[in-house]
Write a protein that binds this ligand. Structure first.
Ligand SMILES: NC(=O)c1ccc[n+]([C@@H]2O[C@H](COP(=O)([O-])OP(=O)(O)OC[C@H]3O[C@@H](n4cnc5c(N)ncnc54)[C@H](O)[C@@H]3O)[C@@H](O)[C@H]2O)c1
Length: 305
């Protein structure tokens, strides 16, 4: 059983794209056999190759279909496209094939309660939100849906520790959970500052990288609020919150850029210009930076006061 996960346990990963293949590799690297499924045979083969490269000596097999993947699994991690109807249908099917497995979704923002709506066992459904790349970024948000059982939360949390991740419990499945809510609150304001002409796009990133970006890896917003004083925090919020963007929809400026064909790095232009080769270079630069941060001897991944 999953609580005492060992080499006899089995994990299925559904979806062998960007996330699924590396989650499969991560699980296999911890000594747990994996079955990987993707509806696209080419993606499945490429995913298998990448996952096996990550886990030499690990056991990763291709599944022939949903029944083959999920039968006998202790845990299923779903990493298919971010579409509620697709995920709902999949969870309904998986729960019928294997009503005792824990069914976990890697959805970035969709509440697990909605994904589990048509499953016969919503108490066994849970969110496991890995960040990209899942083998590098430590956190996995273990998300409780409206019906998720306590044991399912505990066993999923334990499993994430077992494969070397830093799991956190998210006790209510609000859209975007914890990390993406925080991230996109920042992005909304960043985009609004550009859209309303307060500064240009490059300036936003320059300010973030050379102010809060320098701090955030060491001190999160809660500890920082305590550190500067909650009375000062209230005084600042009284001044600034009324003018911070609170639109409950994406910025019209973002839609204008998209309508003009400026989709970002993949189209050569978004807020910024992206000449050929610059997207790959940015990805490499980012991965190198994250590795460097994680390699620091004092990097503990937890508050150290
Ligand atoms: N890309 C990221 O940075 C990131 C980060 C965290 C979470 N996520 C989430 O992880 C999930 C997967 O994202 P991704 O970036 O790996 O997507 P992706 O498009 O790279 O891969 C999704 C794969 O799912 C396959 N698929 C679709 N329907 C299927 C089905 N019914 N059965 C089996 N396979 C199916 C597709 O063929 C595709 O290969 C999404 O829910 C996404 O929101 C993504």
């Amino acid at each position: 059983m999953l609580g005492d996960l060992d080499a006899d346990s089995m994990v299925a990963v559904i979806g062998g794209g960007l996330m699924g293949r590396r989650i499969a590799g991560l699980v296999a690297r911890a000594g747990v056999p994996v079955r990987l499924l993707d509806t696209d045979p080419q993606v499945l083969q490429a995913g298998l190759a990448e996952a096996r490269q990550m886990a030499p000596g690990g056991v990763i097999e291709a599944a022939a279909g949903i029944e083959d993947a999920v039968s006998g699994a202790d845990l299923v991690i779903e990493a298919v496209v971010e579409s509620l109807p697709v995920k709902q249908e999949l969870f309904a099917a998986m729960s019928r094939v294997n009503p005792v497995a824990i069914l976990a979704s890697n959805s970035s923002v969709i509440p697990i309660s909605a994904i589990a709506e048509q499953a016969i066992n919503p108490e066994r459904c849970v969110g496991t939100h890995f960040w990209n790349p899942p083998d590098l970024i430590p956190i996995v948000e273990v998300v409780r849906g409206a019906a998720t059982g306590d044991q399912v939360m505990d066993r999923t949390y334990g499993f994430m520790q077992r494969i070397g991740k830093l799991p956190v419990r998210v006790e209510r499945d609000v859209p975007g959970f914890v990390g993406n809510r925080l991230q996109h609150a920042l992005w909304r304001e960043a985009i609004d500052l550009v859209a309303t002409g307060v500064c240009d796009a490059a300036t936003v990133d320059l300010v973030v990288r050379n102010t809060i970006g320098l701090r955030l890896g060491e001190m999160g917003p809660i500890e920082n609020a305590d550190y500067v004083g909650l009375d000062l925090t209230v005084a600042i919020h009284e001044q600034v919150l009324p003018s911070i963007n609170a639109d409950p929809y994406p910025s019209p400026y973002l839609r204008e850029l998209i309508a003009a064909g400026h989709l970002g790095a993949k189209s050569g232009r978004g807020f910024l210009d992206w000449p050929p080769g610059s997207r790959q270079a940015a990805g490499d630069r980012l991965a190198a930076h994250v590795r460097e941060q994680l390699d620091r001897p004092e990097s503990s991944g937890s508050a150290s006061r």
